[in-house]
Design a protein around this ligand. Structure first.
Ligand code: URA
Length: 209
């Protein structure tokens, strides 16, 4: 599918299967989400630019690779995005963080914003937007609209599961933003849930219902 990278590493797929299983506990789900976010983070940062810096090892000086440019930004779409965020910050502790608070109106399925906080200089940074479920794509599109309004130009979107309908809508709205996902599922159901999916990611993470 256009603009989509499916991260089909065996460890990712194995962990995802356990997360999908409704028997998996809240604690297990959270732990797996953190673990899987490390593996997804590894792939989504694969193309980061490197430069070199002069250092002294205990044996001799060398020009050693180091990340180029300004610190990247992880933008978490609340609340489920925070499940991916924690592992990503283990990988890139110096990253900046944006929070975009959106909830889904249960009748219209539209995204409604209730919170936004981001670093002021988004223009010069890679912004990786994280939300586990790309379903209708309403939240993802709204989050990226807002980040672009605040100056972001270089963005990627990272999720765990995507529905074909969501990918299509997302690509139409933001063709310049590549999507990274662990799997593309069959479809959306009439309530806007991804099937077979894993249920409501926020509820599974936090034990709410
Ligand atoms: N959000 C979720 O948490 N799950 C879905 O299946 C769709 C949207």
């Amino acid at each position: 599918m256009k603009g989509v990278t499916v991260i089909d590493h065996p460890l990712v797929q194995h962990k995802l299967t356990i997360m999908r299983n409704k028997q998996t506990s809240t604690a297990g789900f959270r732990r797996l989400l953190r673990e899987i976010s490390l593996l997804l983070g590894y792939e989504v940062t694969r193309e980061l630019e490197l430069t070199s810096t002069r250092i002294d090892t205990p044996l001799q000086p060398m020009d050693a690779p180091t990340l180029e440019g300004k610190k990247l930004v992880f933008a978490s779409v609340l609340r489920a995005g925070n499940g991916l965020l924690e592992g990503l910050l283990d990988l890139v502790p110096a990253a900046r963080v944006a929070h975009v608070g959106l909830y889904r109106d249960h009748d219209t399925l539209e995204a409604v914003e209730y919170f936004f906080k981001a670093p002021s200089d988004l223009a010069d940074r890679l912004v990786i937007v994280v939300d586990p479920m790309l379903a209708t794509a309403n939240s993802a599109i709204a989050a990226i609209d807002k980040l672009k309004e605040r100056g972001a130009t270089n963005l990627r979107f990272l999720c765990l599961l995507a529905a074909p309908e969501g990918i299509e809508r997302f690509n139409a709205a933001h063709p310049d933003v590549p999507i990274f996902t662990a799997a593309i599922d069959e479809r959306l159901n009439e309530k806007g849930y991804i099937v077979p999916g894993l249920g409501d990611a926020g509820d599974r993470m936090y034990g709410t219902k």
